[in-house]
Design a protein around this ligand. Structure first.
Ligand code: WTA
Length: 646
């Protein structure tokens, strides 16, 4: 971007709002759409979009290619099992790859990847298409077909993206398990999906060390019998155990004649399952959230286009992991659908030095950076000198996701990284929503700490338990008032859980699980989760999973986990443990239990502190009252404990 471009945003006179400059507003994709629809303001466009959501979403769908057009935009006849673009035939890969390789974009850079060890790989659209076709051909000849769920457990390398795309191409579903998860988490997910095929790697690099993914996968496969074949990608080159008859190297398979560069994309129904992504819920095991081809493709594409204002010449960096929803939607699928150039980085943000990220922004000319508050807080503590060494003037937009951003981190990001010229898109959404739901676009005045207003076509509210709207600045439940195209369709193998997790607490609307308040300008401020979900460094974990990992240790009789505020991580896990009779709670045992949780669940779930106790507060029906533990830990009033077991 030329240095003299007057792209400015300024603070309003009362100091509360950051108002985008006219340059930003005039050039925004959303302004072009507003004009095309004949509206004078974004507000009018929004009002129209929520009065005519089907027309709005159909407009977006019309920008993409379909093998066969839909008969109906939305089918609500079997609510809450909604269907979008009913009767249409498509495949997300057609829009992500096939349609681009037919045009000049075949030679456009699609992906720039940098390994933590500074290895660099780049792929054009044609290049990705070739890799994906070869993997898809191999999977097909191994018998993978529609209806199968392939589990993928890979580090942040291009093959992670290619394997996901290859599954979609042949109409199979993928279930990606985050590479930072460990044995129990992986085994549980494989078992629930009944996967026969697992794709993993000989390891990945993180902070200069190798993460032993194959060893973890071996332990997980020993615990669950469904996997028949395990394909191993070579990343680190160090030795791993290969079980004959089960384990195969990806590079050996890709060298076989079956790995054809020509592989037809399978046309599927708009409502065909694209992927399963497990996420933590209120109780029990993680839920397999089901997403489908058609609606998800339209929703992720439209949100990227209007919120991050993606243009042909942009260099987009979503610094999440592809193993979480942010990576699925905004690293793997929507940037390709939009024909963008993406950047992906394998390792830790501060390795080997705290300016690793900033040096990459400068070296690759990143124009849009999307990350999480925890990463900003983490890098902020090293001081301004690190980013100031680098020319960050290529940036024009910034973004954040995962948890509320504290205004201090927002201002640092805005001033030090964005040079006071880049609007920050604070996007609120969930694994279940598939794409952004409450978010500014570049034309919306911003306030640090709020995701502002619902996206076009989306209507949200903050309500009391009885469904009545809360007044301004009153805390309540965040709800979404009508279906949207990228919404989850069900929970794998558990449609009842889908219904009662989201649609029963407040009848007729989708209940999010967050508490929130709307201010006098109609901006939504997220307060936090209402259930037993803990956001640690923006990662979503369930208390139940941590507790189950703890009680799988032979010395533990019972355990409870809660989240307590933490300066960098947002929240940290604190556990309370009742030991088996005769076992003594020593500092060594505390360390052993922390290591045990990290081994079973992954390092992100490692408790910050474990307290040995002799009883846990429970309701008369035996449920642990985590609320009481939390209040006690924070030195607060424990509130109504009349249902406490006596
Ligand atoms: C929280 C991540 C405040 C929220 C995409 C939500 C946020 C949960 C924001 C979903 C934000 C996400 N501001 N809170 N901008 N974005 N959250 O499924 O509590 O990992 O319910 O999806 O993250 O987490 P999930």
């Amino acid at each position: 971007m030329p240095e003299d471009t007057p792209i400015t945003i300024s603070q309003s006179s009362d100091g509360t709002m950051y108002v985008p400059g006219s340059e930003i507003v005039e050039n925004a994709n959303v302004t072009a759409y507003m004009k095309q629809k004949g509206f004078q303001s974004y507000h009018d466009l929004y009002e129209w979009s929520v009065r005519n959501p089907q027309e709005f979403w159909a407009d977006q769908a019309n920008e993409l290619e379909w093998y066969q057009r839909w008969e109906k935009v939305l089918d609500e006849s079997n609510a809450p099992f909604y269907k979008w673009f009913v009767g249409a035939k498509t495949n997300i890969i057609h829009n992500a790859l096939d349609r681009h390789v037919k045009t000049w974009r075949r030679n456009k850079l699609a992906l720039i990847w940098e390994g933590e060890d500074a290895t660099r790989r780049t792929f054009s659209y044609q290049g990705i298409n070739r890799e994906v076709s070869k993997i898809a051909s191999v999977l097909k000849s191994m018998g993978v077909k529609r209806g199968d769920i392939v589990t993928i457990y890979l580090p942040r390398i291009p093959e992670l993206m290619f394997c996901m795309l290859a599954c979609a191409k042949i109409g199979a579903a993928h279930s990606v398990v985050y590479g930072g998860f460990s044995v129990e988490a992986l085994a549980d997910r494989i078992e629930d999906a009944q996967s026969k095929l697992l794709i993993t790697a000989d390891g990945g690099f993180m902070r200069g060390k190798v993460v032993e993914l194959k060893n973890i996968a071996d332990e997980a496969m020993a615990r669950t019998p469904s996997i028949q074949t395990c394909i191993v990608v070579r990343r680190t080159g160090h030795e791993v155990n290969m079980e004959s008859g089960r384990d195969l190297w990806m590079h050996d398979l890709l060298a076989l004649p079956i790995a054809s560069e020509k592989c037809e994309t399978v046309p599927v129904d708009s409502e065909e399952t694209l992927f399963i992504l497990y996420t933590s819920g209120t109780t029990g095991r993680p839920k397999g959230v089901v997403h489908t081809h058609g609606g998800y493709m339209v929703g992720t594409y439209a949100t990227l286009k209007y919120v991050f204002d993606i243009k042909e010449e942009d260099r987009w960096w979503c610094a999440a992991d592809p193993g979480w929803i942010t990576g699925h939607s905004y690293i793997v699928y929507s940037p390709l659908i939009a024909g963008a150039t993406s950047f992906m980085y394998e390792g830790a943000p501060n390795y080997p030095y705290p300016d690793r990220w900033w040096s990459m922004v400068a070296r690759y000319g990143i124009s849009i950076l999307y990350t999480a508050p925890t990463a900003i807080r983490g890098l902020m503590r090293f001081g301004e000198a690190w980013p100031n060494r680098h020319d960050l003037s290529s940036l024009r937009l910034l973004g954040t996701v995962g948890e509320p951003i504290n205004p201090e981190a927002w201002r640092w990001y805005y001033r030090v990284i964005g040079g006071e010229r880049c609007p920050i898109m604070d996007t609120w959404w969930q694994t279940e929503t598939g794409h952004f739901m409450i978010t500014p676009t570049p034309v919306v005045p911003l306030k640090p700490g709020t995701a502002t207003r619902p996206f076009l076509g989306v209507e949200t509210d903050v309500v009391h338990e009885d469904g009545a709207s809360c007044g301004a600045n009153e805390d309540g439940l965040l709800v979404i008032k009508r279906p949207w195209p990228g919404m989850l369709r069900t929970i794998l193998n558990d449609p009842e859980r889908y219904k009662n997790s989201y649609f029963e607490r407040v009848p007729g609307v989708y209940t999010v699980g967050d508490s929130a308040r709307k201010d006098e300008d109609g901006y939504t401020w997220i307060i936090g989760r209402l259930d037993d979900v803990i956001k640690v460094s923006g990662y979503r974990l369930g208390t139940a999973e941590v507790e189950s990992a703890l009680v799988s240790h032979h010395d533990v009789a019972e355990a409870a986990a809660i989240g307590l505020p933490h300066e960098l991580k947002g929240n940290a896990i604190h556990s309370f443990v009742i030991l088996r009779a005769g076992v003594e709670g020593t500092p060594q045992l505390e360390e052993e239990l922390k290591a045990h949780v990290a081994h079973e669940m992954g390092p992100i779930a490692r408790p910050e502190k474990i307290t040995f106790v002799s009883t846990l507060p429970k309701t008369r029906s035996g449920k642990i009252m985590r609320r009481v533990l939390k209040a006690q830990a924070l030195g607060q009033d424990v509130g109504d404990i009349s249902t406490l077991e006596s």
